[in-house]
Write a protein that binds this ligand. Structure first.
Ligand SMILES: [Zn+2]
Length: 434
């Protein structure tokens, strides 16, 4: 039996990167729109009066007044084990790992703890309208089992992996090239391609993996189709110097990964705050992606991501919250901070570009644009209902707003989890605020 529901509201999705298409051609908007969802997939999208003519009689219609339906947000870099240490005071990257991250991650040896945090983490993503994320586990395989089990129950499209880390970390948090390879392989066999789940080979970053371990990461990518590679790159200046000292034979940070065949169309590098043109060229040439993590880059004092440089080189870019170094699960708040990162560099970030980055741009960075990231008929029905009147201030400010782009900008600047009315995955409600 087919299961059909129609949703009526203002509806917006992205058609492409404004840097390529121009602002006007980069989006699709229906002021009085209707989207039809059939068996978990979008089957029709358009102006409500037209779509309604084609609806089978008796089709249930959900009408959201003064709300905006968009694709679910896509977070291209986040650490679920760091949920409990978000907002930790005082350090930049390397001390922050030592003082906060490693102690927090040690607790994930306990499967019950991993299960509990997975649930809290996914509740937060749903509350914030994020339906797909590329997620770090810890070194413990049980951390990834717990995460995937929780994601599977909710039928979410999620990507995650076990951290590979065989040096420069506490003994309780390290694996070896052999055990890291073996444990990753077992997780891939168990989860990769199961339902809507994908596996990411996940070396933490170059300083915590030996060349032998990075070689096993490259080997895994060759052995299985469709695997992701997820790591950090050029976040902090001291980190970059450390990588140079650890890998003197390589020509810079990115080259360490390149040397081990870790670049490619499913490779996502978090941060990339301090990249030279040669590195940008190489990322583009290999179709690798960058996760731009503004709240994290500001919070850890790492630096300002140069989005125009990435655009010039045509590098795929998505947005990441990077919780727990990031300070919010909200992609709206992440956009708000991305705007300020551009301002500090004398650049503007248009709301249509931000919207692209948080939806279709993220989907492209993850090679998932056929499945999610837009509301194109045929796509999986992962979407969010946003409330223009989430707070008294938003409501008052919206009364002064004259255009879609102005309303969108206010939503992105003042909005957060409170602006998410409902979140849907494969057409099912996974969060309902009211
Ligand atoms: Zn990170």
């Amino acid at each position: 039996m087919t299961h059909t529901i129609a949703y009526r509201a203002a509806i917006l999705d992205s058609l492409g990167d404004p840097a390529e298409l121009g602002l006007e051609n980069s989006y699709r908007y229906f002021e009085d729109g209707m989207m039809v969802v059939e068996n978990g997939r979008i089957s029709a999208l358009g102006h409500a009066p037209e779509i309604m003519k084609g609806l089978k009689s008796g089709t249930k219609i959900h009408h959201y007044e003064d709300a905006l339906i968009t694709p679910g947000f896509i977070d291209t870099h986040i650490h679920y084990p760091q949920t409990g240490m978000i907002a930790s005071y005082g350090d930049q990257l390397l001390d922050w790992l030592e003082n906060y991250t490693f102690p927090a991650e040690q607790k994930f040896a306990d499967p019950a703890h991993a299960e509990q945090v997975s649930e809290i983490f996914l509740n937060e993503l749903m509350r914030n309208g994020t339906t797909t994320a590329l997620v770090f586990g810890t070194v413990h395989p049980q951390s990834v089992d717990a995460f995937f089990s929780s994601a599977e129950k909710r039928n979410l499209r999620m990507i995650a992996g076990k951290v590979l880390m065989d040096r420069n970390a506490p003994a309780t948090l390290t694996d070896t090239p052999e055990s890291g390879y073996r444990d990753s392989k077992a997780l891939i066999e168990r989860w990769h391609g199961k339902g809507r789940l994908h596996y990411a080979v996940t070396p933490r970053f170059a300083p915590t993996s030996s060349p032998e371990q990075l070689a096993t990461a490259g080997q895994l990518l060759r052995e299985y189709d469709g695997l992701y590679m997820h790591t950090h790159l050029s976040e902090n200046r001291n980190e970059i110097e450390w990588v140079k000292a650890l890998f003197p034979e390589q020509n810079g940070y990115l080259d360490v990964y390149d040397h081990h065949n870790l670049l490619g169309q499913r490779s996502v590098f978090a941060h990339g705050v301090h990249l030279c043109d040669e590195e940008c060229h190489r990322l583009a040439e290999t179709d690798s992606a960058i996760a731009f993590c503004p709240t994290s880059n500001l919070f850890l004092g790492s630096g300002l991501f140069n989005l125009p440089q990435a655009e010039q080189h045509k590098i795929k870019v998505g947005l990441g919250t990077d919780v727990g170094a990031g300070t919010s699960f909200s992609m709206l708040q992440t956009i708000n901070e991305a705007y300020k990162v551009m301002q500090l560099q004398g650049k503007k970030l248009h709301p249509f570009k931000s919207f692209y980055l948080a939806t279709l741009g993220g989907a492209r960075a993850l090679q998932l644009e056929q499945q999610v990231g837009t509301l194109e008929p045929g796509s999986e029905a992962d979407f969010v209902v946003l409330d223009y009147n989430a707070t008294p201030l938003m409501s008052y400010r919206m009364q002064q707003a004259k255009s879609l782009e102005e309303r969108l900008f206010v939503l992105m600047t003042l909005g957060d989890d409170r602006a998410v009315k409902a979140t849907f995955a494969m057409g099912e409600t996974v969060y309902n605020r009211d």
